[in-house]
Structure formats: structure tokens, C-alpha cells
Ligand binder design. Structure first.
Ligand code: FES
Ligand code: FES
Length: 169
């Protein structure tokens, strides 16, 4: 089965033999984009987070064949050594990672989450469902609750996200 996806701004073609290949496996094994990590493979850890047409998703929970023509952004499209995005830079400055396994997913998720908040999307803890909430630490924690870090770097991750949000305001 032949597929064409736009990944990090580039059209990429691939052939999958089995329609059950997940988007995560297509990225890592067919396209050598190994920045996106496989943690649980069950939608529980967030390590595999990518953006699909600008919105974050767990790439282990969706099939590659469902995304013909879609735009996917992986961590490689967010920034690179020597050209880090503001969120990546803030993670470095705040020491928001230790082993780094969850970090690509955290950074993709945090980047998309800031845009969701900017557009007024509410979270479970937002007081105002029409407008969303201010990006308090409680809001950041709730909006990032799908991304687990077994090293428990959460305080530093929240600091990095708050710093990036404030710098963009
Ligand atoms: S690998 Fe997808 S959520 Fe854990
Ligand atoms: S830094 Fe996140 S799992 Fe270790």
C-alpha cells in the first residue's frame, strides 16, 4: 500500500505491506524518524506524541494508512541542534529532562498545548469553558497529564513551559 504524507514540511512516500502499521512505526521504521519514541504502545505515556495537522496525537494509536495527505510534525520538525525551538531551549535551561526518553513527546505536546491554550481551548480544570483558562501551573499540569516521565522531572518541565508561555505572551 503506497502512502504520501507531508512530514516536517516535506512530502514523503512510503509503502506499507500491512494496513495495521501504526503512524508511530511508519515514522520510526519506514522513514527513520526515530526522534518520536515508543514507550507503552498503548496510548498511555505520550512518548509517541506528534502533531497531526497542528494538533497533538498519540501516534501509536493511529494507523499510517489513515493519514494520506495529512501534515505531520515530529520532534525533528520542531527544532534541531543549533536551531532549537524556544520550548526546546527552555527545557535545556530548566533541566526538564534526565534520561530524555519522554522528552521528545513532552516537547511536541507542550508546543501544541500552548497553541491550544492560545486558541482558548478549555481543559478539565478551566473555570471558563468558553474561553479556557489562564495558563496557571494547574492548567499546565492538567494539559500535560498525558505525558508521563518516569524520572519525575515534572517541576522542571512545568517551569520550562511557563517560561516559554510567558516569553511568547
Ligand atoms: S507509545 Fe504512544 S502513548 Fe505510549
Ligand atoms: S526524562 Fe522523561 S522518562 Fe526520563
Amino acid at each position: 500500500m503506497d502512502l504520501t504524507l507531508t512530514i516536517n514540511g516535506e512530502r514523503r512516500s512510503l509503502t506499507v505491506d500491512d494496513p495495521r502499521v501504526t503512524l508511530l512505526d511508519a515514522l520510526r521504521q519506514h522513514l527513520d524518524l526515530t526522534g518520536t519514541k515508543k514507550g507503552c504502545d498503548h496510548g498511555q505515556c505520550g512518548a509517541c506524541t506528534v502533531m497531526l495537522n497542528g494538533r497533538r496525537i498519540n501516534s501509536c494509536l493511529t494507523l499510517a494508512v489513515m493519514h494520506e495527505g495529512d501534515e505531520i510534525t515530529t520532534i525533528e520538525g520542531i527544532g534541531r541542534p543549533g536551531g532549537l525551538s524556544p520550548m526546546q531551549d527552555a527545557f535545556v535551561r530548566h533541566d526538564g529532562f534526565q534520561c530524555g526518553y519522554c522528552t521528545p513527546g513532552q516537547i511536541v505536546s507542550a508546543t501544541a498545548m500552548l497553541e491550544e491554550a492560545r486558541q482558548g481551548w478549555p481543559s478539565y480544570v478551566s473555570d471558563d469553558l468558553e474561553r479556557g483558562g489562564d495558563l496557571s501551573d494547574e492548567e499546565i499540569r492538567e494539559r500535560m497529564s498525558g505525558n508521563l516521565c518516569r524520572c519525575s522531572c515534572y517541576p522542571n518541565i512545568v517551569d520550562a513551559i511557563r517560561d516559554t508561555a510567558e516569553a511568547a505572551a
